[in-house]
Write a protein that binds this ligand. Structure first.
Ligand SMILES: [Zn+2]
Length: 302
């Protein structure tokens, strides 16, 4: 009896276990158990009938994320960040030179601060020198040179603004620097001619802000670089005055400038030979073309 009962119990247990196994197997076929275990629908081993759907659902999952990101971007834009516009190509942005033809018909000997916030003052604008032979005032030569330099730079695809186009103006040196600052010039060129008590003194030079000058520390390096390029270009054909570059901390036209600045002294009007050459259009055009070449080289290396 006991053996028979034991055998029946074993058969019952076997039936219950195999029924249980069948149930588990059917659940796992539908992916219910596996998805509980891993949480990853991709790991489901589905029956052959749904195999085809698997890649579709994977693809859908992957494609959801970028779409969701785009939606976030759209929301952010709606909050007020401007839609990105095509970035302008820097090369298409022309190099801007502001040229100041130094001096004017009538000097203005009122005072102005030598720099922003300075207690020390200087004349607003002085009269300049005069041709020893030509008797030409410096302000006339400076404007002639400025117009030639403007043409030379425009022929080299640069943009040019003159601080004055007539001699009959009243502009202080700080006001001239403000033209360069307000237009955010890439380079401010103050055109002048030199004068000396020694009639033998001659040659081209460039004045730039001194290194140790709190007003111009931000523009010193670029100003010096521009001067070096100009001296290199001009000295190929024109004699220099001494080493060619002079550092000055006493000029309000430098101290008020927030953009790189050079002051070419294109020659000595107090030297007989140079005064006559500077009034020769061919000579002056050549000097301005060389100066323009130096400015182009500065623009290309900055
Ligand atoms: Zn001058």
């Amino acid at each position: 009896m006991n053996k028979q009962r034991g055998a029946w119990i074993l058969v019952l247990i076997a039936l219950i276990v195999s029924a249980g196994l069948l149930f588990i197997d059917s659940q796992s076929s539908q992916g219910l158990l596996n998805s509980f275990d891993t949480g990853e629908p991709e790991t489901i081993k589905p029956p052959a009938a749904i195999v085809k759907e698997e890649p579709v659902s994977k693809t859908e999952l992957e494609s959801i994320e970028p779409a969701a990101l785009e939606k976030e971007t759209v929301v952010t834009q709606a909050v007020g960040i401007p839609e990105p516009e095509p970035v302008p190509v820097p090369a298409a942005d022309p190099f801007l030179v502001v040229i100041d033809p130094g001096h004017q018909a009538k000097a203005n000997l009122d005072q102005e601060p030598i720099g922003p916030g300075a207690a020390e003052t200087k004349y607003k604008v002085t009269g300049g020198t005069t041709g020893i032979v030509t008797k030409k005032p410096e302000y006339v030569l400076n404007l002639e040179a400025a117009e030639l330099l403007k043409s030379a730079l425009e022929a080299r695809d640069m943009k040019v603004i003159l601080t004055r186009t007539t001699n009959d103006v009243d502009m202080s040196n700080s006001e001239r620097a403000a033209v360069a600052n307000d237009n955010e010039a890439d380079l401010f060129v103050r055109l002048h001619a030199d004068g000396s008590e020694n009639p033998a003194t001659s040659g081209f030079s460039v004045l730039i802000p001194a290194k140790e000058n709190s007003y111009t520390s931000a523009i010193f390096a670029d100003s010096e670089l521009a001067a070096n390029h100009v001296i290199q270009a001009v000295s190929a054909d024109i004699p220099l005055h001494q080493t060619g570059i002079f550092y000055r901390d006493d000029m309000s036209g430098f101290n008020w400038s927030k953009v790189p600045v050079i002051l070419p002294e294109i020659g000595f009007m107090t030297n007989v030979e140079e005064d006559q050459k500077l009034s020769d259009p061919a000579y002056l055009t050549n000097v301005m073309n060389l100066l323009a070449d130096g400015i182009v080289q500065y623009a290309n290396n900055n």
